[in-house]
Ligand binder design. Sequence first.
Ligand code: PHE
Length: 343
Amino acid sequence: MNVEELEKRLAQLADTAVAELGETTEREEAIQVKNRYLGRTGSVQQLMPVMREISNEEKPRAGRAINQRKNQIEEAFEDKLDELAQLELKRRMREESVDITLPGRRPDVGLGHPLRQVERELISIFDELGFEVAEGPEIETDYYNFEALNFPPDHPARDMQDTFVLTDDRLLRTHTSPVQVRTMKAYDLPIRIISPGRVYRCDSDLTHSPVFHQVEGLLVDVGVSMADLKGILTAFAQRCFGEGTQIRFRPSFFPFTEPSAEVDVECIFCDGEGCRVCSDTGWLEVLGAGMVDPNVFKACGIDADTYTGFAFGLGVERIAMLKQGISDIRRFFENDQRFLEQF
Ligand code: PHE
């Protein structure tokens, strides 16, 4: 082989190498092609023995040709790597780019149970009105749940049908009123508390659940009157059900208050016009209330000649059902996400 033939051969090799590199679409593939031509046993190396056949004068020319073609292939390889790197970058930019105009995905955040939400609202309303939160146990004694609250021994509310009795002297409290007694016995006067919590009664239908929630209120001071009770409850009703909401007192009876009243709020569905929810009366019953009975003061060691007070109790489920338009109390306790997520 002479130098011209060698040059031709090298040119062919370089051309096919460049063409093959041009076809590659991956880095590994390009490296393989390069090695096939420039590697230790590659096509260019295989031409080396030919040098022996070339005359001494022509050797430098042959050497230049070899280097030139090697460089040509090397350059094509480097260009290819750059090109593939650019493509890879573009692909990643395209695939990994974030469309900042898309609305964000909302994470599922936990929310308060609808009853808890209403309870919190009630606490905050009474907090504004100056009432502190006091708590008591759900397992009570007959004394705190009934006796100290002036229930006569044969009062029907003590009936086993209403009260979940645990042992001889332990029962599940049937109302939050025992917290009145515990607070009056434990704290100095004046007292201005509300007591939210669970209560239990053996009763179950669309509007009654064996476990439900009440908020008890108690205010004891010198010179407290029924007018104060009405003032506080009016302020409460307007914050809870909307400005201008009227309330009315109907005479009632509770052993621990005298006088006692059922408190109605103007129907929030018909604004007092009369509708199905309020049975055409225009009023919704939401509270029991009254002036603390002197016998309760006596049981708590408070001088009923100096002090007077009022108490009230409301059902959290009842308020929640009214405010949220829920007709079946059991929804609150089924823990159905589809229901709970609506609040
Ligand atoms: N404890 C009463 C009930 O559960 C409600 C009430 C509380 C009434 C305080 C008057 C005063 O029905």
